[in-house]
Write a new protein. Structure first.
Ligand SMILES: Cc1ncc(COP(=O)(O)O)c(C=O)c1O
Length: 372
């Protein structure tokens, strides 16, 4: 699905020398590389504060802790996402409220959010799924009207640009009150282990969060709030700082690969290619995800595997049907889209090193299978 070795080979000297600097200084924890990467990422995103942490799951949890959400507060999020999003809500004893998504962009559905809002609702967590922003303008309007926090789960869309109705643009992860991201190796900006970060433009919230990631300390050995230990280590920061200047090129390469996939599938009526929301740079294709209509998606997965083509089903089970998150309040009729998507979707190899020959082999194998 990804070619991390091919990508490393292209930037080997840069990454090696960046890591070497850390090894020479031995500043493995909270060293200058972490600070340097933080500053560079703030500049790239156009956001006031980036707070690096250990992974994207921690980033979400810490963002929620920073907002002071309390047990019993309801948090609305999408039924069709990776489990980390709902996991941290449940872990903090907040009440997850899963809602359905859109059929086109697979992102959280605005009408479903409206229906789910109650007096106990405190936050909405849109997930920018597969690399494309949720409808942030509508979400921010709803949040304002109901006095809710918006926490963007931006694990999959770093570098995506969201365009508002008035033409103004903003980077994914800089629109809500706070956002989280993941630097898991296969992410668009991935390190060589685990990593994550929280973004916000709110000075007070950034201060609170900086203490939470460091055992609740604002002054050494003074623990003012319950915190966690969640740090991006300096070696991972060194990798990320070497890769950040390449992020736009990497995202462009992903879009170009997506264009080639789209062109190959253009006339295949039962393949739905990914929807693109507005401007060219709105989708960074963390995943290239097709819907297979009227064919046996699982048989296609088997066929691709037999032909040596990796593929993935993200996600095969709606979160409201997962044992950990089942809730008698959910009604199946409220999840028609997610219930269908889990049967239809298939993600194809998507990375910065995909070449024309690989794309041709993948697409022709799929088309032959679909056409019988
Ligand atoms: C949407 C989403 N949220 C959160 C996470 C969690 O990130 P991490 O694996 O770094 O904890 C991921 C990672 O796969 C993700 O895709």
């Amino acid at each position: 699905m990804v070619d991390l070795k091919g990508q490393y080979d292209g930037i080997k000297d840069l990454v090696n020398s960046s890591i070497q600097e850390v090894l020479e200084t031995t500043a493995y924890i909270n060293g200058p590389k972490v600070h340097q990467f933080q500053k560079n990422l703030e500049q790239y995103l156009g956001v006031k504060h980036v707070i690096p942490c250990a992974n994207g799951t921690d980033a979400l949890q810490i963002a929620m802790m920073g907002l002071g959400l309390k047990p019993g507060d309801e948090v609305i999020t999408a039924d069709f996402t990776f489990a980390a999003t709902v996991e941290v809500i449940a872990l903090l004893q907040l009440t997850p409220v899963l809602v359905d998504v859109n059929e086109d962009d697979f992102n959280i559905n605005i009408e479903a959010i409206k229906e789910a809002i109650t007096p106990k609702t405190k936050a909405i967590v849109p997930v920018h799924l597969f690399g494309q922003c949720a409808n942030m303008e509508a979400i921010m309007e709803l949040a304002k009207a109901h006095n809710l926090f918006v926490i963007e789960d931006n694990a999959q869309a770093i570098g995506a640009n969201y365009t508002f109705k008035n033409g103004k643009k903003a980077q994914a992860g800089t629109i809500g009150h706070v956002a989280s991201t993941s630097f898991f190796p296969s992410k668009n900006l991935g390190c060589y282990g685990d990593g994550g970060a929280i973004f916000t433009n709110d000075d007070a919230l950034a201060h609170t969060i900086r203490g939470i990631v460091n055992h609740g300390m604002y002054e050494r050995y003074h623990h003012d709030v319950v915190g966690v230990n969640s740090r991006l280590d300096s070696v991972q920061a060194a990798v990320l700082d070497a890769k950040l200047p390449h992020l736009n090129t990497y995202n462009k390469k992903r879009r170009e690969a997506a264009d080639k996939y789209d062109a190959a599938f253009k006339n295949i009526s039962n393949i739905v290619t990914p929807y693109r929301n507005g401007s060219e740079d709105s989708h960074v294709f963390h995943q290239y995800t097709l819907r297979i209509l009227g064919s046996d998606r699982d048989a296609l997965v088997k066929h691709l595997n037999e032909n040596g083509i990796p593929c993935g089903v993200y996600y095969p089970i709606p979160l409201h049907k997962q044992k950990a998150y089942e809730d008698s309040r959910y009604n199946e009729a409220d999840f028609p889209v997610t219930n269908q998507l889990v049967k239809d979707v298939i993600s194809l190899p998507m990375h910065t090193e995909l070449d024309d020959e690989q794309i041709e082999f993948i697409t022709s194998t799929i088309i032959k299978f679909i056409n019988g």
